[in-house]
Design a protein around this ligand. Structure first.
Ligand code: GCU
Length: 613
């Protein structure tokens, strides 16, 4: 049994913990009763099932009327409380989420570890079984509902043996867990292993074999008998050694459709990840370019997926790097339902030690993709059993903001950050401004002192933390900077690997010439000499040095800012202790990256700053 202490209230008011309720609408009432206890102006709640997840809030002489569907009422009450607590406008008119599925993918293993987890152990697994504090899971449900996240995938996409039992012998435990989250309008999803029928005695998992299809149909039926509102399956197949349809000479569409047809009678969805590439590449072979892979596999399959299949695409063509262009796959699948996948877990963005607030990164990403191209959104969770949920208290912002962007992809980064800061810390105005500015800039600072200008992968291959410019260079993962004494980067233009030709015209034109390519992505798309002139006249090598000196200095300024802000004592200690590590890490990144390029280029720093020869 997990006996973690009850924890930091996140962005919700701690005083007003409502009693457990059995339905989302009852929860909405309990939430309202708790928050408005003794208040003069109170909301009155009306259930209108036809509104589903939607709600409307109207002023009345003695408060507000909140009308909504079962889940909508709960979202409406949270919206009202959020507006009052953050002193912002109460949303007017009918409010509805942009996407029906707003999914949190948890990479939790049944042994209690979390793949790429930076906030402690799993909140619900330990020792090969479900093990949790129900009160904490209710708090989790409340957090998710307060920002409209409505699907929780409970287990790692890399499905280890024990997790297969989730839809087998452990189904009653899964159902009990679903019962806890249902009053928060959160439905469960499970990651499945494509080869599972074979573990249970079938000679094959070939998706076109009728016995295999029948096995899955039967299994799905059992799951829905136990959990009637089960959301569906998430699948990582034929990727990084996971089993999949390719083993049987079948396509990803054939594999996905077989599972989707098993789920369809129960209205379940099949979320199929597009994270597929050759992870056994020979680094000597420069003709294979990993960012090209997903498009090459999936684009020819557009139009072949069943309507209840969702293809889940990571935002960039690599793998959650700090700076990537959007994946060209978003534009290549007009006849397929596509979901955007972002990663709240800060695998490559500072591991919840360094500060990396994501909303300013998501805004241009969603604008580039076009919100209307998406059918759903998903995020890899950054949660764990740490008392503050996310290791770094500021990492809660990314979960909060994901919910807000999933509800409304037009969200303004600064507004969302300010809202979260106000709800979480209620600082005096000048301090709040300083915190918002620091968070708005944090991604740019991090990018300056880590891998330069979209080059990617200069990170330690063991833990994905800390600088290692050669760490991924001679590996099988397709992760190269190909720096030598003359130049750095990979030519991904039509004359190079051709990657840029996967984009529609406007984006292709933006990226294909170094003169027009956004400088932050220059080394993602181009191979350039160190003397290349940047738009402000500096050389490329000087820009790399300057960015790294500046980024490291900026972390020291961040430290000084944070020290002056009145955080609650328990947060202050964690924030400053982690900031000290970030300052130290930025210094290490600066010196390693600058030295690496100095040794190749032989170019001294124009300002005579210290580089280690
Ligand atoms: C990254 C990550 C893996 C994860 C994979 C995925 O490569 O390092 O741990 O399994 O993404 O998204 O499936």
């Amino acid at each position: 049994m997990n006996t973690a202490p009850l924890c930091h209230p996140a962005w919700l008011s701690a005083e007003a913990l409502p009693a457990p309720a059995s339905t989302p609408a009852a929860n909405a009432q309990a939430e309202a009763d708790a928050f408005f206890r003794g208040a003069q102006r109170r909301p009155s709640l009306t259930l209108d099932a036809s509104l589903g997840e939607g709600y409307r809030i109207d002023p009345t002489p003695d408060g507000w009327s909140v009308t909504g569907g079962e889940a909508g009422l709960l979202y409406g009450v949270h919206a009202l409380i959020r507006a009052l607590r953050s002193k912002s406008d109460i949303p007017g008119g009918l409010q509805k989420p942009r996407y029906p599925l707003r999914m949190l993918n948890c990479w939790d293993n049944m042994d209690g570890t979390i793949e790429r987890g930076y906030a402690g152990r799993s909140l619900w697994f330990e020792g090969g079984e479900f093990s949790y504090d129900p009160e904490r899971i209710r708090r989790l449900g409340r957090m998710l509902a307060s920002v409209g996240i409505n699907v929780l995938c409970v287990n790692n996409v890399n499905v280890h043996a024990a997790a297969r039992e989730l839809i087998g012998s452990r189904l009653p435990e899964l159902a009990a867990f679903a019962d806890l989250l249902r009053p928060f309008a959160v439905r469960l999803m499970v990651s499945i292993d494509f080869s599972m029928p074979m573990q249970e005695g079938l000679p094959t998992a070939d998706p076109l074999n009728p016995a295999v299809a029948a096995w899955w149909a039967e299994r799905v039926k059992t799951v829905y008998e136990a959990i009637p509102d089960f959301a569906g399956f998430l699948v990582k197949a034929d990727s990084e050694h996971r089993p999949g349809p390719n083993t049987y000479g079948r396509t990803h569409a054939e594999g996905a459709n077989m599972l989707a047809r098993a789920l369809a009678p129960c209205s379940g969805v099949l979320v199929w990840r597009a994270f597929v590439y050759n992870c056994m590449q020979d680094w000597r072979d420069a003709s294979i370019d990993r960012p090209c892979a997903a498009y090459n596999v999936y684009q020819p399959l557009d139009g072949q997926f069943d309507p209840n299949v969702i293809l889940q695409v990571k935002y960039g063509p690599y793998d959650f790097q700090p700076e990537e262009p959007v994946s060209p796959l978003f534009f290549a699948m007009p006849r397929t339902r596509v979901a955007l996948e972002v990663q709240l877990a800060q695998e490559y963005t500072g591991q919840q030690i360094d500060i990396f607030a994501m909303p300013p990164v998501w805004r241009p990403m969603i604008d580039d993709i076009g919100a209307e191209r998406l059918a759903a959104v998903a995020a890899v969770s950054n949660l764990g059993r740490d008392a503050n949920w996310t290791g770094h208290p500021f990492a809660q912002l990314n979960l909060y903001a994901f919910g807000r962007f999933a509800w409304s992809p037009d969200a303004e980064p600064e507004r969302v950050i300010r809202e979260w800061a106000r709800l979480t810390y209620a600082l005096p105005a000048r301090q709040e401004d300083a915190l918002v500015r620091l968070l708005m800039e944090s991604h740019a600072v991090y990018r300056r002192y880590t891998s330069p200008l979209g080059l990617c992968w200069m990170v330690s291959p063991n833990h994905h933390y800390g600088p290692s410019p050669y760490g991924y260079e001679f590996m099988a993962w397709g992760t190269y900077n190909r720096a030598n004494r003359y130049a750095v980067g990979i030519d991904r233009t039509a004359g190079g690997t051709g990657y840029v030709t996967q984009y529609p015209e406007a984006l292709r034109r933006r990226y294909e010439r170094p003169e027009t390519c956004p400088e932050e992505l220059l080394l993602f798309f181009h191979r350039l000499p160190y003397g290349w002139r940047m738009r402000d006249g500096r050389t490329l090598i000087q820009r790399i040095y300057d960015d790294h000196f500046l980024g490291a200095e900026e972390t020291e300024a961040m430290r000084r800012t944070l020290e002056e802000l009145d955080f609650p004592a328990e947060d202050r200690q964690v924030i400053l202790e982690r900031m000290d590590r970030q300052v130290e890490d930025a210094r290490e990144w600066r010196d390693v990256v600058n030295t690496f390029f100095f040794r190749f280029s032989g170019e001294p720093d124009a300002d005579g700053r210290k580089i280690y020869p």
